[in-house]
Design a protein around this ligand. Structure first.
Ligand code: SAH
Length: 205
């Protein structure tokens, strides 16, 4: 599937019916998701691989990975309502994704998911709850040797320090994440958030 076609397919997926601010439920915009997925594909992290999407929301990254030829895709999400939407999105897009309703902070999640080759994630940036992305990083490193994550622009020093001795940052790409007015505390119709796509390679277990 070509990049443009992937982007158009992801664009058609249903969004969060009632986004929950506390869970930082922001669907990754299709152009940004397609770019991350394509970059990961080109680096050999998707095709024929077992992929896991942590905090899968409406399924954008998981579905994209399946459409790009992952051998198997698992998706972990805390919100059962979002999983219902993601399941419908997955079926409509012709993807195959195994959804697991779980909290990534639970220590049994890596065991339930099983070892994977690649983790994809757009974790909460910690706007509602400080350091909300840390359990995602910990869980990702427990599950797979390679992780692609979307972080707030400027997160590189934090992620580098937080994963020191456990992973190295093997790639960074800048991007932008347009957030439409979603919650009452949003004051603009659209706010462009600068983001960093980081590729982490596990160095130790
Ligand atoms: N991956 C999706 C959603 C990103 S929004 C996309 O790219 O569009 C972040 C997602 O993480 C939300 O769906 C939210 O419900 C989920 N989430 C937040 N905290 C979580 C936790 N502790 N465990 C599992 N999922 C969580």
């Amino acid at each position: 599937m070509k990049l443009k076609q992937l982007e158009m397919t992801l664009q058609k997926l249903a969004g969060f019916p009632e986004p929950r601010a506390a869970l930082e439920q922001y669907q990754t915009p299709a152009p940004l998701a397609a770019r991350l997925l394509y970059d990961a594909l080109m680096q050999g992290d998707i095709g024929g691989k077992v992929v896991c999407d942590l905090g899968s929301g409406t399924g954008v990254l998981a579905i994209g990975a399946s459409l790009l030829g992952a051998a198997a895709v698992k998706a972990v999400e805390i919100d059962a309502g979002a999983v219902a939407v993601a399941q419908e999105n997955s079926a409509k897009a012709g993807a195959a994704v195994e959804f697991i309703i779980a909290d990534v902070r639970d220590r049994d999640v890596p065991g339930r998911v099983g070892p994977c080759d690649t983790v994809l994630m757009n974790p909460p940036f910690g706007a509602q709850e400080a350091h909300a992305d840390r359990p995602f990083i910990d869980c990702a490193l427990a599950i797979a040797p390679v992780t692609w994550g979307i972080f707030n622009a400027g997160s590189l020093p934090f992620v580098t320090a937080y994963t020191e001795g456990r992973a190295r940052i093997a790639g960074t790409t800048g991007g932008s994440f347009p957030i439409r007015r979603t919650f009452a505390f949003h004051t603009k119709d659209v706010l462009e958030i600068g983001v960093e796509i980081l590729r982490l390679e596990r160095t130790a277990r």
